[in-house]
Ligand binder design. Sequence first.
Ligand code: AMP
Length: 298
Amino acid sequence: MRTTRTFAETRAAAAGPVGLVPTMGFLHEGHLSLIESAGRDGGTVVMSLFVNPLQFDRDDDLAGYPRDLERDVALAKEAGADIVFAPPVEEMYPGRQLAKVTVDIVTDRLEGPNRPGHFDGVATVVAKLFAGIQPARAYFGRKDAQQLVVVRRMAHDLSMPVDVIGRPIIREEDGVALSSRNVFLSGPERARARCLSLGLLRAADLVEAGERDAGKLTAAVAAEITDVGVEVEYIALAGQDLAEPLDTLDRSAFLALAAWVGGTRLIDNVHFDLSDDGFFADRGTRLATQSVLYAGSD
Ligand code: AMP
């Protein structure tokens, strides 16, 4: 495995079609599952590690974001990455970034209004990665459900020849969705965070029992989140194309939430995929052991 710092070096090191896994690093099994997916599809697997200043709406969040390149390189190698692209800020943003990518409508709700500028930052950095690395496929987690919609729509509307692939959420043993930000949670906060996934999994059971009303599904999630230490920002059902709010579950959709647990903002969701057999609730995959996120801590 190689570590590269520039786009040119990365393109030169890649052989055949590239599967790209964009990340901000501080890797966990969610990221590693994307590397494994890319590996199964063949070609050269490139994982990018870049904490993108453009997508942060709070300076303290950017400054405090966990980083450990050496650790990430070792984990990416073990998971089967061929190249880790870890550019310095000057490679990604050599001057003032005057060209930016905005994706309308699908950014109007959920994360969009709560994180001003976030999706412009995401779309712009992903567009730069697509242009600079020229992958045939790019892998994103369903954990960031709206981000996946935004990236798909960008690639479609800007005729980018990249297959955007979404993969299931990886959860910790107790159901909490893996996030690099989980390392910020204190012991009691980590215990409180459980109610978020419990609520979503409860709603998944209801959907499989026939419930289709968005209000009842969001209420079922809210009913699990009673701890005063957890502050909900939103709980909402959204169609997979995010074109309009959904009152009734009548198409593929996801039930998403954002909440503050102490000073840490967490997001989670459960997808409902409609096929000829009805709705399948994608509850994600649970780890059988403790996450690599906590390796080295007690
Ligand atoms: P991040 O480093 O948080 O920007 O995430 C990089 C990629 O990993 C994104 O496509 C995320 O959706 C994905 N990801 C993050 N957490 C998880 C998870 N728990 N399960 C699956 N994918 C994830």
